[in-house]
Design a protein around this ligand. Structure first.
Ligand code: PLP
Length: 426
């Protein structure tokens, strides 16, 4: 019997773009083009509505014996279920916090209580500093940090170096799922397995991966995984998954009034309730997208998986056009995977430099014409230092998201060519 492979339905881009009010903005008479997704994506109207409806109707603290407080408790429980569907875990394994960096500092301090001289933590040069500095802070306890190197030619992780550096002394392996600078996707399943073979805990930064591909923490078997909802069409918040046994056993620094039950023992003070309301809305936006792509799916998790299939297909088409066009620009260097056979191992996030122009100058000129890109290191400082581009202004980053169009990519390539042809003085 032959297995029939069906391609995912094409993304309904008209519907997608109609959901995002900010996409219709103009800059200096030109339509705004949002290629700044890796720094934070735009939000659909349903997220805006959920945040403002919460503030209008249910604004209260938790645990009170009255209507709005009870609604707030129910709303937070709903958001936990939404994120559990998003990551493939149980709701009590979901911890909310202000952002990924704060959650990682909190967790590194708690884990660090048990570490001391002789213990090692394995980190990588590919990682955002939010998954480096919180662990480096444990050097004050005598912990040794070991940095895994990259292959300079395509900015992929050196897996042999990683395997060498994970030893019985390793207590934590903290690694990104995808690079926010050069787009490389790491083989996280393999890294988790290597960490576990030596009894180490695997802490995964999925911030950059989350808007592009689906996450399944059970299949990865990671101990912790963090992401930020503002990178996948939601509000400015961070979310941490922790295996239940870890969340129960580790000792958080917390106030006495926090109960010892999970996840409450990891969520201190009053959370940003209006943004938590927005989190459910952004997960539901994605599942609506999945149901449009495949009306046969049942259940939110299945709908999310369908959404990512169509997102991935759309982004791949845009990315191929972009990279083809970039290669024709004289003096332009792309950092990261550039060969089509490797495209499955990267996100549509490109770091480039153009001879004779600083990334800041390029981003400013493009910005004047409505093209939103980033320049610098975007906190992937370990990588810009390793590649020796930090002193020269880092990279120009072009980040595609599923709401971008082929026409935007074509116009961008024309604008970048013109910018590159201009003298470097502003
Ligand atoms: C890969 C990656 N990790 C971590 C972070 C930090 O996230 P947050 O702003 O939620 O602290 C970012 C933010 O840009 C990121 O891109």
């Amino acid at each position: 019997m032959s297995t029939q492979i069906t391609a995912p339905a094409a993304l309904d881009l008209t519907w997608v773009r109609s959901q995002f009010p900010s996409l219709s903005q103009m800059v200096n008479g030109q339509p705004a083009v949002f290629f700044d997704g890796p720094g934070g994506t735009q939000v659909p109207q349903c997220v805006v509505d959920a945040i403002s409806d919460y503030l209008k109707q249910n604004n209260a603290n938790t645990g009170g014996a009255y209507a709005t407080s009870r609604h707030t408790d129910a709303m937070i429980a709903g958001a936990r279920s939404a994120m559990a569907d998003f990551l493939g875990c149980d709701p009590d394994e979901i911890v909310f916090g202000p952002n990924m960096t704060s959650l990682t500092y909190a967790m590194s301090r708690a884990i660090g209580r048990e570490l001391g001289p002789g213990d090692e933590i394995v980190l990588t040069h590919l990682d955002h500093d939010a998954n480096v500095s919180p662990w480096r802070a444990l050097e004050e306890r005598g912990v040794r940090i070991r940095m895994v190197d990259i292959h300079e030619d395509d900015c992929t992780l050196d897996m042999d170096d990683l395997a060498r550096k994970i030893t019985p002394r390793t207590k934590i392996v903290a690694v990104g799922y995808a690079s926010n600078a050069v787009g490389t996707i790491n083989d996280v399943k393999k890294i988790v397995s290597l960490a576990h073979q030596h009894g180490a805990v695997a802490y995964i930064d999925a911030v950059h991966y989350a808007p592009h591909r689906p996450i399944d923490v059970r299949s990865l078997d990671c101990d912790f995984l963090v992401c930020s909802t503002y990178k996948f069409f939601g509000p400015h918040m961070g979310v941490l998954f922790g295996k239940r046994a870890h969340l129960q056993r580790l000792e958080p620094y917390k106030v006495r009034a926090n109960t010892n039950a999970i996840p409450n023992r990891w969520e201190w003070g009053t959370l940003n309730h209006e943004c938590i309301a927005g989190i459910t809305a952004c997960v539901d936006y994605l599942s609506d997208l999945g149901r449009r792509a495949n009306p046969a799916v049942t259940g939110r998790r299945a709908a999310l998986l369908a959404a990512y299939e169509t997102i991935q297909q759309h982004e791949r088409g845009l990315f191929e056009t972009l990279i083809r066009g970039l290669r024709e620009i004289p003096g332009l260097k792309i950092y990261g995977i550039t060969e089509p056979e490797g495209f499955d191992r990267r996100c549509p996030t490109l770091a480039v430099r153009i001879k004779g122009h600083t990334p800041l100058l390029l981003a400013s000129r493009l910005g004047d014409h409505g093209f939103f890109t980033w320049d610098g290191n975007y906190y992937a400082l370990n990588l810009t230092e390793r590649l020796d581009v930090e002193k020269d202004g880092g990279f120009l980053r072009i980040g595609l998201a599923h709401y971008n169009t082929a026409e935007e990519v074509t116009r961008f390539l024309e604008a970048l060519k013109k910018t590159a042809d201009k003298p470097s003085g502003r």
